[in-house]
Design a protein around this ligand. Sequence first.
Ligand code: NAP
Length: 290
Amino acid sequence: MENTFHQNTQILGLIGHPIKQSYSPFIQNVSFTLLDMDYIYLPFDVPQSNLRNALKGMLALGIKGFNVTIPHKESLVSFLSTVSEEAGIVGSVNTVVNDMGRLIGYNTDVHGVYETLAPYKDEIAGNEVSVIGAGGAARAVIYSLIRHFKPSSINIINRTEQRAESLKNYFSTKMKFGNFRTFELFPPDLISLLQSSKVIINATSVGMFPDIEDSVINLPSAFTKGQIVFDMVYNPPKTTLLKIAEAEGAIILNGINMLVHQAAKAFELWTNKQMPIDEIRNSLIQYIAE
Ligand code: NAP
């Protein structure tokens, strides 16, 4: 095989621990190949204890930027020179740009959520939304909903109700949005709560490969015709939750579009170029199915 990398090749990467489940190397490297760009994207398994040294090493080696995944998305913030407005409010960073020795943090998940829900902006405005989950993905969703979609109210439903409550308090203060209700997963009135929601978003990991038979909600009567159901899980592309919702006539959205759009935003921040979104989405769907 021909070696196409040399001294001018720009290096990008991903830091996390563990990182073996990530599709980011596939998405970024296929994009570089399609656009004939002299870049390479590498995964780096960095445990928490090595985070500070890894960042020093990246600066010393002139690595242009990197994505950040579990468990560093929050703890990394204190090591950066500055963070963007959305990363500051969400409180987590998934993309870092090395701007001539200054590390700048962004949260491109927010952009991925925006691009996924944008076609339904009019339907979301003035309506109730239910978000299931209260982790990092839920934070990006809640930021994006308040900033861009103007829902009338947001229900946060989570297995650990206390986490939902802290999210409510956090965003009420940070974004001056007062219309939250919080629930423990499976409240007595779950069905009517979900039926009255124009949008239901799964921001938990339930249903993700290999546990593909699981669904955070498995009551068909919770879903209604024309309702928008967005599952942030991307593997499998059609989760059990989406299958149940689709059978009831709901509009279903999976996590693939979000995954590709958050990657495309990172790609743009590093390279000033547009990722070939449609080709990447199709390649990714094929790659996941293999
Ligand atoms: P996280 O911070 O670890 O939060 C996980 C959430 O899932 C918590 O609310 C947790 O509830 C809940 N949960 C986990 N297992 C559960 C179970 N068995 N039953 C009920 N609730 C459960 O993870 P995250 O970063 O927010 O990620 C959540 C999901 O979003 C993952 O599947 C991830 O792949 C996906 N995601 C997708 C994209 C994309 O681009 N499509 C981007 C980011 C994340 P507790 O608070 O009770 O623990």
